[in-house]
Every structure is written in C-alpha cells, then in structure tokens.
Design a protein. Sequence first.
Length: 359
Amino acid sequence: MALSDKLSTNIRKVVPYEAGEQPQRKVTKLNTNENPYPPATGVEEVLSNMALGALRLYPDPASKNLTQTLADYHQVKENQLFVGVGSDDVLALCFMTFFNSGKPILFPDISYSFYKVWADLFKVPYICPPLDREFRLKAEDYWQENGGIIFPNPNAPTGIYEDLSFIQNILDKNKDVVVIIDEAYIDFAGVESAASLIRRYENLLVVRTFSKSHSLAGLRVGYALGSQGLISGLNRVRDAFNSYPLDTVAQSCAGAAIRDVDYWEGTRRRITATREKTRERLLETGFLVPPSQANFLFVEAGDAKGFCDALWKHKILVRWWDQPEIRSFVRVSVGTEEDMEAFVQCARRFWKEQPTKRQ
C-alpha cells in the first residue's frame, strides 16, 4: 500500500547509488573490481584463532591496534588516521564533515557515481567539470571558487592516474577548502600515494580501502589520512553518528592483511601483469582501451550494451553505465589469467561479428 501524500512529503527523496550486480550463481564476475585472489594467510589465522567470547563485547571504538598498524605502515602519527566501515563510510562522513560552506563542491563529470548520491543526500551543491578528450582532469577547472574538491586517483571508471604535481597544483589553488583524494585503486598504479603530501598541506585528506588490493571487500574496512585537525573533525562526526563503527573481526583481519606486505604486493603484481597483457590483446583486436593504473580496464566496444549482453551469454559479467559520455564503454575488472582468457575470447568473437567497427 502506498503511503499517504502527507507522509510521503516528509520522506527524503534521493536517487540511490547502484552497486554492481552480485549474482548468486557461478559466473565469471568482472563487474565490481574485487580482487580475484584470497587475502593473506594471516587473515585466515585471525579467523581461526578468534575466541567466540570476544564477539559478545563491543569493538574498540577507536580501532587502536589497526590505527597503530596503519600509522606505522604509512609513517604518520596515530592522530593523522581515521578508520571506518569501508571507504564509502569514510567518504560519506567526509561529505557531512567538510562540505558545509553552501558553495558547490567540485568533482569530475565522469567519476565515482556515489559522489552525486552523497551530495544530494546531504544537500551539498556541486559542479562536475568535464574530463578532456583523453579522460583526464583539467587543473584549471578546479581553480574556481568552491566548497571543497573530491576525485578518485586513479579515476573510476576510466583508470586514469594524475601525478602528484597535478594534485599539488590543485592544493596550491585551494588552500581554504578540503581536498579529498580517493585512492581506492592507488596500489595498482605502482606510484607514490598522495599521502606523502599531508605533511605539507593541512587541507588534504587521502582515503584508502582494504577492499581492492588487500582482498577484504567482504569485511568493509577503509581509512583516511590527513592533518590532525581534519581527522579530529571526522572523529567528532563519527561519534555523533555511530561510536562503534568497525567490528572486532574486521579490525583484526585488516591488521593482519596490511602487515603481510609480501603477499599483497605479490597479488598486486599478478593483477597488473594480467591487466597489461589483457589490454594488449584487446588493442590488437581493435578495441580502444586507455592506459589503466587500476585493477580494471575501460574498454570502448561501440555497442557497449550489446557487448555486455554477448558476454553474459557466456556467463561473463562486466559493468556498463547508461551515461552519454561513456555509453560506448564497459569497465572490466581484472580477474585471474583464466578469467581474462575467457573474456578476451568472447570479446574477439563479438568484434568480428560487428557489422560496423569503431572509427
């Protein structure tokens, strides 16, 4: 039964974020940028040794052990770190904490689609400068007056990385607002994180996740690095919203994952090698595939929706957006060698069957 008009009037209306499909049957799942390899063996040891009695207690609200581990890894102070339930939780809290000036915030028109959802949900005005023809951000677009800036680096869904000099340019031109760099995919870029700049810029916040390179998407662990002032602000908002955000299991498993550097560096290298091999084979076939610094490829297929449908006939799932600027592209997560071999074979068949090829 539909709600009455009077009730409906007071319910906030927002267009929600559409997460990638999570099918319940066996498929080659290349649509949500999950890591195809299991987490470090230390994570399994944590799960095996955890006493059930520990779960009757609330988790450490400050995630002290995990925070210390992350601080040691990044060589920052503990008060420069904030831990949350996946980077999405951290980013949502950032919108609530930092974007309150009434001025529009800035983020690219082709970017993580959750940004618009949060902006609408928290009633934050925004402007989306377009990327250039090579899918790169244009620094001058971020010199205008604004209430804050946020963008992924590498960007999603394009996989394009902007170097630290670009980020410094943005920071130098925006000293009075918070600039957030969303580094969900930075480990696959093989470059220095923007976290190296937080000592110089008190307005910089860098957000990271354990979901991608550390294979912990199912546990939801994210964190932010920044100046003590920014982190303190995040803590106040979190404690006004949920004082016990990250559960005990997630805290312990994330600590084990980040400590096993050799393991996750090894899986990262495997994924980036597979990414480059797959891109080369797609280019040879005739597809347009921009260079990627993430764990996915952005592939122009012409009839992208038809391409998705053709792949699905072979139980291969990829991601497509019905957005004018990128409607001809699909995003393909990098899976195992076997996953990508199956994908490439289907892609080649699709290309050969097209009556007209991309010009």
